[in-house]
Design a protein around this ligand. Structure first.
Ligand SMILES: Nc1ncnc2c1ncn2[C@@H]1O[C@H](COP(=O)(O)OP(=O)(O)O)[C@@H](O)[C@H]1O
Ligand SMILES: [Mg+2]
Length: 274
């Protein structure tokens, strides 16, 4: 394990050497929280949208910024695809289910393949971080693209981020990248609020638990790097269906057993900011 750590830190060192960056808070928001993952397809967006409504249920005013510019999934997850209004200088977030939303998916054609290069990525991110008129948010949840690329570094250097949550599946292959993610955030001084184990297990109709992606790896990684472990979210059909229907589970059915797990995580997160 420590050999891995050494390898990772060497390759990251050049990119993240300490410099003085001017970190601006996102206007109209009290706390800005990123949801990150090392890999795509681990359920980061699903986690982010359900956390957003779990926070809303405990009385917070919430916004969601879809910064996954390569694969924006917000329009589908909340069943919304309108062009945001603009006053010529700023963009107004869209509103639905009592929350505020912005995604590049609202701004570009859904079928446009987003094969973007560095400078375009940075200018798109600047639009998303500087030009949105959020209204009195307690929490802005940012759904990041997977990995440790240009978007992460632009955010880390230019924006005041209050913390990040790292979502992973318990698979060994995913965990190696999680370690790289942890080191990047530690180097760029972004507080890691904790790690989440998604698609943790599946309960069959026989009542038995199946550990499809392995067991306990995310919690072990959290321990090894001295980070909080925020919880396990099982594989659940309702969670997938609700995302496909544009009606997040924690909004539609806040008493569902999965929604309760999200409530617990939301409470742990808010405790960090009281
Ligand atoms: N715990 C879960 N149980 C069942 N399906 C899930 C779960 N988490 C995510 N999914 C589904 O897995 C797919 C990938 O999730 P998504 O949130 O889009 O991942 P990412 O944003 O990391 O690429 C989606 O179809 C989503 O509905
Ligand atoms: Mg996603």
């Amino acid at each position: 394990m420590s050999e891995n750590k050494a390898k990772i830190s060497d390759s990251l060192k050049k990119k993240t050497d300490p410099k003085n960056f001017n970190k601006n808070p996102i206007k109209g928001t009290k706390f800005t929280i990123m949801v990150s993952s090392a890999k795509g397809g681990v359920g980061k967006s699903t986690f982010a949208i359900n956390l957003t409504f779990a926070l809303q249920k405990i009385g917070k005013t919430v916004g969601f910024l879809d910064a996954d510019i390569y694969g924006p999934s917000l329009p589908k997850m909340i069943g919304l695809n309108e062009k945001p209004k603009s006053d010529g200088k700023f963009l107004f977030p869209l509103e639905k289910y009592g929350a505020q939303f912005m995604s590049l998916g609202f701004l570009v054609d859904e079928k446009t393949p987003m094969i973007w290069r560095g400078p375009m990525v940075i200018s798109a991110i600047k639009t998303l971080t500087e030009k949105i008129l959020w209204k009195n948010l307690d929490f802005l949840i940012i759904d990041m693209p997977p990995g440790t690329g240009d978007t992460q570094l632009t955010f880390a250097q230019d924006v005041k981020i209050d913390g990040t949550i790292i979502v992973s599946t318990p698979q060994e292959l995913a965990l190696m990248d999680v370690q790289r993610g942890i080191q990047m955030f530690d180097k760029t001084k972004i507080k890691i609020l904790g790690l989440v184990d998604n698609m943790s297990f599946f309960t069959g109709s026989d009542g038995k638990k199946y550990n499809i992606f392995g067991e306990g790896g995310v919690e072990r990684t959290a321990k090894e790097f001295n980070k909080k472990f925020l919880g396990k979210i099982p594989i659940n059909t309702k969670l997938r269906e609700s995302a496909d229907l544009g009606l997040p589970l924690t909004f539609k059915d806040p008493d569902h057993e999965i929604s309760k797990i999200f409530s617990e995580i939301a409470k742990k997160i808010t405790e960090d900011f009281l």
